[in-house]
Every structure is written in structure tokens, then in C-alpha cells.
Design a protein around this ligand. Structure first.
Ligand code: ATP
Ligand code: MG
Length: 264
């Protein structure tokens, strides 16, 4: 499992805590353990960078390998995640999926999440900086920004950086995670240089920005899995892509929920 480097995010977050019981209680039964919800928006103003791919596969990995109750909110008016799920044959998704392309998510989502007693709510945001994304960020504890590792590809991401700056100015506890996504096989930029450029471009004053160590490479299985309504863990569980998503999920968990989930 990766550990967070010194650039990792500072402690303290704004999780919604439900069913709260006193931490002073000498004995906590399973039912009385405080339930902690973590909401994560997956966003980038640039289209086609892998937002939905990360959201769907992360949702599956959190359920299957970390035993978490997960809600995936499809906040894209194009409903890509919903279309992906609709291709499934027979067996049900291991996580819940709802459509939520609304500008008032920050008002409606907490109640939905609380009622479902979810451990994680993932919000798959649309491309472009829209009011929906702003609303999703307002209700999120953390954000994952998928970034293709080529300098020119950053251009379409300028507006998400602006948005993150706005949100962090009033919500400095927002955790920002950058994930190299869709890395081409023979990436011309040296990996270290590419990672430094990503960190420079996505610098947000007042926020700790973490560039995840795991990089998601371009992989044809990731392109084909949605056609069968499957996550990569169902479609090609032994692939490099599945391994990368496993590792990405562990890193995200380690950074967001180090104590609770390590304790089981
Ligand atoms: N690592 C990858 N390797 C190969 N194909 C990928 C990878 N990541 C995403 N894709 C494919 O690229 C396309 C765009 O990916 P995806 O829909 O996840 O991006 P997005 O950022 O959600 O796009 P949008 O901005 O339109 O919502 C899809 O066809 C997807 O299957
Ligand atoms: Mg998408």
C-alpha cells in the first residue's frame, strides 16, 4: 500500500458524522460506532480525461476490497455512468447509483447520504465548470482531478483550477488529489518532469494538493469494460489496469480514512 508523502493533505476534514455517539463511552458496540461519511467529487473541466472511468472503478473497488457502502452520484447531464451501468446483464451493481445532475446537490445530497448510511459518496462531475460542479465541491470532503500527463492537455483544465481556488478560499479543508490518467504508452515527457508540471499547474493556494503515486495508463480494457456494464475488476480482474485501480483505491483510502479503515 502506498503511504502519503510529505505533500499529503493535512489532518482534519469536514465529514458528515451520523449516528454520533460519545467517544468517551468505554464500550462501543458495532451499532454504536460513529458512522463517518466521506464525499469525494471526481472532476476536471476538461472532457474525456477519465472522470467517469475513475468514479465507476473506484466505487467498485471501495465495495469489493474495502467493504464500504458506496453511492455513486451521476452528476453529468450526459449520464455516462448511468449508461455504463445500463449495459449490465443480469447481476446488480455492487454499489448504488443515482442521477444527480443538479445545481443544488449541496443541499439535497447530505440527507440522501445520511439516510442510506453510506461510507463513501462519489460524485461523477460533468466536463466544463458548471454550477453542478461547484455544488458538488461544496458538499465534498475531497476532490480527485484526473489529469492526462501532457502539457497541452492542461489547457482545458484552467477553469477547474480557478474553481478549486474559489472553493478552497472558503473551504480550506477540501482535500485535493490529482491522479495521472490515460497515460499514453510511450509518454514523451519524462515521468518526473510530467509530475512536476502537473503539480505546478494545479497549485491551489491554501490547499494541500496531493499528486497520487498511482498512475492510470491508457488501457484498452478500460475502454471496453463500460460496453458490458462492468468495472475493470469484473471485466479483466488480472489486468494491469485492474492492478492500477486497486492501487489507486488503496492510496485514496489511506489518505482519506487512514485510521477508521485500517481498524477494519
Ligand atoms: N485509462 C484509460 N485507458 C483507456 N481508455 C480510457 C481510460 N480512461 C478512460 N478511457 C476511455 O476514454 C473515454 C473517456 O473516458 P471517461 O468517460 O471516463 O472520461 P470523462 O472525463 O468522464 O469524460 P466526460 O468529460 O465526457 O465526462 C471513454 O471511452 C473511456 O472508456
Ligand atoms: Mg464523464
Amino acid at each position: 500500500m502506498h503511504t502519503c508523502s510529505s505533500t499529503r493533505l493535512r489532518a482534519g476534514r469536514t465529514s458528515l458524522v451520523t449516528n454520533h455517539t460519545s467517544h468517551c463511552s468505554p464500550v462501543l458496540s458495532a451499532a454504536s460506532v460513529p458512522h463517518v461519511l466521506t464525499t469525494v467529487a471526481i472532476t476536471n473541466s476538461k472532457g474525456g480525461v477519465g472522470k467517469t472511468t475513475i468514479a465507476f472503478n473506484l466505487a467498485h473497488a471501495l465495495v469489493s476490497f474495502h467493504n464500504q457502502k458506496v453511492l455513486l452520484v451521476d452528476a453529468d447531464p450526459h449520464t455516462s455512468a448511468t449508461a455504463w451501468a445500463s449495459q449490465r446483464n443480469g447481476n446488480r451493481l455492487p454499489f448504488n447509483l443515482i442521477q444527480g445532475a443538479h445545481e443544488t446537490l449541496h443541499r439535497s445530497l447530505p440527507a440522501v447520504a445520511q439516510e442510506g448510511r453510506y461510507d463513501f459518496v462519489l460524485v461523477d462531475c460533468p466536463a466544463g465548470v458548471e454550477k453542478i460542479t461547484r455544488s458538488a465541491l461544496l458538499v465534498s470532503d475531497a476532490v480527485i482531478v484526473p489529469v492526462p500527463p501532457a502539457a497541452l492537455d492542461f489547457l482545458g483544465s484552467a477553469s477547474v483550477v480557478e474553481l478549486l481556488r474559489d472553493v478552497v478560499a472558503v473551504k480550506p479543508e477540501l482535500r485535493v488529489m490529482l491522479a495521472i490518467s490515460r497515460k499514453p504508452p510511450r509518454n514523451r515527457l519524462r515521468s518526473k518532469d510530467a509530475r512536476n508540471s502537473v503539480l505546478q499547474f494545479f497549485a491551489v493556494d491554501g490547499a494541500s494538493v496531493l499528486l497520487l503515486k498511482t498512475e492510470i495508463n491508457e488501457n484498452e480494457y478500460l475502454t471496453r469494460a463500460p460496453g458490458e456494464g462492468k468495472s475493470i475488476f469484473e471485466f479483466k480482474p488480472r489486468s494491469n489496469a485492474a492492478q492500477e485501480f486497486n492501487s489507486l483505491t488503496e492510496e485514496v483510502v489511506e489518505c482519506l480514512r487512514p485510521r477508521e479503515m485500517a481498524a477494519g
